[in-house]
Design a protein around this ligand. Structure first.
Ligand SMILES: [Zn+2]
Length: 758
């Protein structure tokens, strides 16, 4: 069956060697000894004073036209010194030059030995340039030109190299003064040097010669492949899409050589990979497709089988333990995940793409990843119920293509992990003055993200950190996209919950909407989420009311109506989604907000809270909350808070009035929940004012039953087990634990009472 994946691989099958018409880069260099006849040694990096000396000793560089050699500063303006007057030497120089020549030969795809022959030294000063031209053949065997820029400081002067309809713009500079920058290109390439704007550039020009017989190397010509690939891509990109469409969303073309993440880049591709990349990049541009480089990795795991001990023991004996894996055989791959990461763009700019899943039908050719050697493979022997298993990983560099207008669909394959960083990048670019297309792209992408929002997956985390929902709101606020902010707030409401960490982003989002829309969304949000995200709702109202109380009036009514307490009101949520119950922070937030919004509504809330003391416990919730509220001038004077304060004071006063004294004898409270014969004996001991210790000698089951009863009833008893003879004995000793607890409670009550009055 014909498909884009098979056709594309077929069209590229004839590209067998690097297709570069140029090679450029930098190479580390130990400073060579450079000397010019009539001047002497030249220091590197080049000093302005020596640049002037060189210019004084140089002549205007001519250019060739046909058989003639002409000098015209409107065509070429630069200074030259002929090779006979230049000496470059030093212990390390030959190795540096050889390393550069080797890289060039590889990049240009030349397998014969290549020799670099110094032709001249050029000095470019401010205003120097060279209009587009082709080099004339200056020596037998010359097939390319090498430009080697020695360390010098200059601006502008980029080298432009063209071959057919392709163009490379090479800066010929290095940030590091110990690097030499170089560029080489086939002799038939048209090239030009743009004007140097400042400083001086010092370059050595070499003729690159191929010694030996046969046709001289030429820039490879993959025109027919490029055309075929462009046509395939264009048809694929322009074909209408439908849900039952069999065509893949993107195409993954594996490369031949191995690359680490650090090595991966369009400029550093090896051998035929460079040729294929060049063809694909050019074709994709014509076909409206985007190309990236990425590392594709495959992770597999499944069932293995142990295939025999003989080989294993044999290998053990030979000491080659690494081969033990050979004693296993893979039976079945049960899980397989393919993804692409480490994205590189053809222009070398950083890519915001992170990890994107790869579908099996996206490989070109379809069997591209079938016979790979795994990078890592581990077998695990059978243990207990588990049979023998294996896991292995493969990785391979690939070119990945998609139609430009399908970008968002491709990104969406990766879910929030991919879309969020991408949206972040778009927001950054928009903030940095990006054009309307950046905003449009962000608008489209956020639309995809919100419509696919995982509304049924929210769980209460109580996080202080902003979650994905908060991050999206934050980015939409930065983009000023009111329509998407509304949609995102609606999606959060549909989750029936949100986190504390997102409250400030929600408030910011509300501020970006017309007040009426903000008010209705805030109310909707609280109605939908109050049951599971009570804390977050209180937090939201406290923050929002500080900005504009009117916007959250409806939301506040909804929250008060949803206050928990009444046990007859059924919950609509499964237990795992319910929050941790009421916390003092919520009560403080609630009255802080209500104080700003509506004092009467605060009164309604106080009534409700005092009506359900099981939900709003005085000691753990109300007293700490009221103390916080009293400490704030805004809320301390609120009538509802004063009523809560009075109730708290009465609760504390009631307990303070209870008698508090240490037990006078050994009688202890008997609140045992069991009436079995052992527990009855325990009860008699508790009631006895003279018996301090009770020894219960019994089998383990009875001892632990009695111990459990003691624990449940919080008896004032210490227990230990004496293991001298069987059956062992449980030894109980009476203590004053409950009196101690009451004493500590009394101290706290007195302190709290004092703070309530302060
Ligand atoms: Zn019992």
């Amino acid at each position: 069956m014909s498909s884009i994946a098979t056709d594309l691989a077929e069209a590229l099958s004839t590209v067998r060697r690097p297709g570069a018409f140029f090679v450029a880069g930098t190479e580390e260099m130990r400073a060579p000894g450079l000397a010019v006849e009539g001047i002497g040694p030249i220091a590197l990096p080049l000093l302005p004073v020596q640049a002037e000396q060189l210019i004084a000793a140089a002549e205007r560089a001519p250019y060739g036209r046909g058989a003639d050699t002409l000098t015209d500063v409107t065509v070429r303006r630069t200074w030259q010194i002929r090779a006979e007057r230049v000496r470059i030497e030093g212990k390390h120089w030959p190795a540096t030059l050889q390393a550069i020549v080797t890289r060039i030969a590889e990049g240009l795809g030349v397998t014969d030995p290549v020799e670099a022959d110094l032709y001249k030294l050029l000095v470019y000063d401010k205003g120097s340039f060279f209009l587009p031209h082709r080099d004339t053949e200056k020596a037998a065997g010359m097939f390319a030109t090498l430009v080697l820029a020695l360390p010098s400081v200059s601006e502008g002067g980029e080298l432009i190299v063209r071959h057919r309809d392709q163009e490379a713009r090479l800066p010929l500079t290095s940030d590091d003064p110990s690097d030499v920058a170089f560029a080489a290109f086939y002799a038939d390439c048209v090239h030009e040097v743009l004007p140097v704007n400042a400083g001086y550039r010092l370059v050595l020009i070499y003729n690159l010669l191929r010694r030996g017989p046969g046709r001289l190397p030429e820039a490879p010509d993959y025109d027919s492949e490029r055309e075929a690939v462009a046509t395939l891509l264009k048809n694929w990109a322009e074909a209408p899409r439908s849900p039952e469409d069999a065509e893949p969303e993107k195409i993954v073309l594996p490369l031949e050589h191995a690359y680490t993440p650090a090595e991966l880049g369009f400029a550093t591709l090896k051998g035929a990979d460079a040729g294929i990349a060049q063809v694909v990049v050019a074709a994709a541009r014509h076909a409206g497709c985007e190309v990236h480089l990425a590392l594709v990795s495959i992770e597999e795991s499944g069932i293995a089988e142990y295939t025999g001990g003989y080989f294993r023991s044999h290998r053990r004996w030979s000491g080659d333990e690494d081969d033990e894996d050979d004693a296993f055989e893979i039976v079945e791959v049960s899980e397989r995940a393919v993804s692409a990461a480490h994205w590189r763009r053809p222009d070398g700019d950083p890519s915001p793409l992170t990890v994107i899943p790869v579908e099996e039908d996206e490989f070109s050719p379809p069997e591209a990843f079938d016979d790979l050697e795994p990078d890592e493979q581990h077998f695990h022997e059978a243990t207990g119920n588990e049979g023998a298993s294996f896991e292995r990983t493969y990785s391979r560099a690939a070119l990945i293509l998609w139609p430009r207008d399908r970008l968002l669909a491709v990104i969406n394959q990766g879910g929030l992990k991919v879309t969020l960083p991408f949206l972040e990048d778009l927001a950054d670019r928009w903030a940095a003055g990006g054009d309307a297309s950046v905003w449009d792209q962000a608008h489209d992408l956020s639309g995809h993200m919100i419509s696919a929002w995982p509304v049924d997956q929210w769980q209460p985390y109580q996080d202080k950190e902003r979650t994905s929902a908060g991050r999206v709101l934050h980015l939409l606020v930065r983009l000023g996209d009111a329509a998407r902010l509304e949609a995102m707030l609606t999606a959060i409401a549909a989750c029936h919950g949100f986190d504390n960490g997102d409250c400030s982003d929600i408030v910011e989002a509300l501020c970006h909407l017309p007040p009426e829309r903000a008010a209705s969304l805030a109310k909707h949000l609280v109605e939908e989420t109050a049951e599971v995200a009570l804390d977050a709702c209180g937090n939201l109202l406290a923050r929002a009311s500080a900005v504009d109380p009117a916007v959250v009036t409806g939301a506040a009514r909804a929250l008060v109506a949803a206050l928990p307490g009444d046990p007859s009101r059924a919950s609509s949520q499964p237990p795992w989604r319910r929050g941790p119950g009421v916390r003092p922070e919520f009560i403080a937030d609630l009255f802080t907000a209500l104080g700003r919004i509506d004092a009467a509504l605060a009164g309604v809330a106080a009534d409700h809270i005092l009506e359900w003391p099981r939900t709003y416990d005085f000691d753990t919730i109300l007293v700490p909350a009221v103390l916080t509220l009293l400490a704030t001038p805004d809320t301390g004077g609120l009538a509802a808070v004063r009523r809560l304060r009075v109730a708290c004071a009465a609760h504390l006063d009631g307990r303070i009035a209870l008698p508090l004294e240490a037990p006078r004898d050994w009688r202890r409270d008997n609140t045992l929940g069991c009436g079995c014969k052992h527990c009855r004996a325990l009860g008699l001991y508790l009631d006895d004012p003279t018996q301090k210790i009770w020894v219960f000698r019994a089998v383990e089951a009875d001892r632990s039953h009695v111990e459990g009863t003691i624990r449940t009833a919080h008896c004032d008893l210490d227990t230990t087990t004496e293991r001298r003879s069987r059956p062992y004995s449980l030894i109980c000793t009476k203590n004053q634990a409950s009196y101690e607890r009451r004493r500590v409670q009394r101290e706290r009550d007195l302190a709290d009472r004092e703070r309530l009055d302060a």
